[in-house]
Design a protein around this ligand. Structure first.
Ligand SMILES: Cc1cc2nc3c(=O)[nH]c(=O)nc-3n(C[C@H](O)[C@H](O)[C@H](O)COP(=O)(O)OP(=O)(O)OC[C@H]3O[C@@H](n4cnc5c(N)ncnc54)[C@H](O)[C@@H]3O)c2cc1C
Length: 320
């Protein structure tokens, strides 16, 4: 069995950034990715626009050329594929890691659905986009309820309910309305989230103000049925006609996966993993965290822009 210096779990932008640093330091490394390269971005809405400008998504000092200041999904996929062409990573795609276990001799055993590996250090860069946060309401299991939004065409000329008021919900609501859907939003708070992209927020607020998109603030979706939904509003329960529910209520990292490898999580609802902010090493020696997974349930804390530096910090610590 090959003994690696480093195994990186997750081939998202930050996993790739870690591999670039490992390659520079001649470490024997392997990236194991359960899907396609940059699988989360591959699963983003087709016509999304990043809130970051292109240069802030760059890794390995390779320029990210795009015509507009902010790239879309397609350009990001192009960029990260080119990064792989350039660095020729040692990467296994479509292989899922199920277990990371520290051995008595201090090495790690990595179990996947295809193989077993041994390595001295591990980086977990598994992101948060694989597990939707459920609403836990009656009817959530119906096929018309979607936790991921891809594109608007399917929703044209239908009654669509969008749950949430963050970037994903607002983008989906506007796109569907522009393609002819009758859009209603259900929003828990009394306003659109302040983190919504600054050039998109006035758009949604104006569509709501003019009545093109109906929004129920301080309200909750309580039940989904085949052709209607029930909403709890400040004025009482209402029932409206419905064909599709876009429940864009956020995503969470696989916390059990982290706990099973011995990483301690904070006791509160944020479930922040324990790590040294200078090295990104967790409470398990030789086991590191990188990228958005570091935030636990605070999934907006880390993003590509501000977590690219984890790669440098970790590889510096490993090679010290
Ligand atoms: C719609 C949207 C727009 C965004 N826009 C921006 C932006 O403009 N700027 C910005 O900086 N950030 C943005 N973000 C956040 C950013 O995309 C993510 O922060 C980024 O993808 C994080 O990179 P990552 O490598 O940490 O995680 P991810 O990109 O999520 O990569 C994790 C990888 O790990 C893999 N994986 C998970 N579990 C396993 C396992 N058990 N075995 C093997 N592989 C596994 C996954 O398949 C995935 O490919 C956005 C996020 C979303 C959802």
């Amino acid at each position: 069995m090959t003994e690696y210096d480093l195994i990186i779990v997750g081939g998202g932008p930050i996993g790739l950034a870690c591999a670039i640093e490992a390659q520079k330091k001649n470490l024997r490394y392997l990236i194991i990715e359960k899907g396609a390269i940059v699988n989360s971005i591959f699963n983003y809405p087709l016509y999304m626009t990043f809130f970051s400008t292109a240069e802030r998504l760059e890794i390995g000092d390779i320029p990210f050329n795009c015509l507009a200041p902010k790239p879309g999904r397609q350009e990001a996929l192009e960029y990260y594929r080119n990064i792989h062409r350039y660095f020729n990573f040692n990467i296994n795609l479509f292989e899922k890691v199920s277990e990371v276990k520290k051995q008595e001799d201090k090495s790690f055993k990595i179990v996947t659905d295809k193989n077993i590996y041994s390595c001295k250090n591990v980086i977990i860069a598994t992101g948060f986009y694989d597990i939707p946060i459920n609403m836990n309401i009656k009817g959530e299991e119906l096929p018309k309820v979607r936790h991921y939004y891809k594109e608007a065409h399917e929703y044209a000329f239908r009654n669509v309910l969008v749950v949430g008021a963050n970037n994903s919900s607002v983008d989906a609501a506007l796109e569907c309305w522009r393609k002819g859907a009758n859009v209603t939003m259900v929003i828990r708070k009394n306003e659109i989230n302040n983190r919504v992209k600054y050039w998109v927020k006035p758009d949604i607020e104006n569509r709501i103000a003019e009545g093109s998109i109906k929004a129920y603030f301080e309200s909750n979706l309580t039940e989904v049925r085949e052709s209607e939904v029930e909403i709890n509003t400040p004025d009482g329960k209402i029932t409206i006609k419905n064909d599709f529910v876009l429940a864009l209520t956020g995503y969470k990292p696989d916390l059990r996966f982290l706990e099973n490898m011995g990483i301690e999580l904070s006791n509160d609802e944020l479930k922040i993993p324990t790590y040294n902010p200078e090295t990104m090493e967790t409470n398990v020696k030789g086991l590191f965290l990188a990228g958005v997974v570091c935030g636990g349930m605070q999934t907006h804390k880390w993003f590509i822009e501000n977590s690219r530096i984890h790669a440098n910090m970790i590889v510096d610590c490993i090679t010290k």
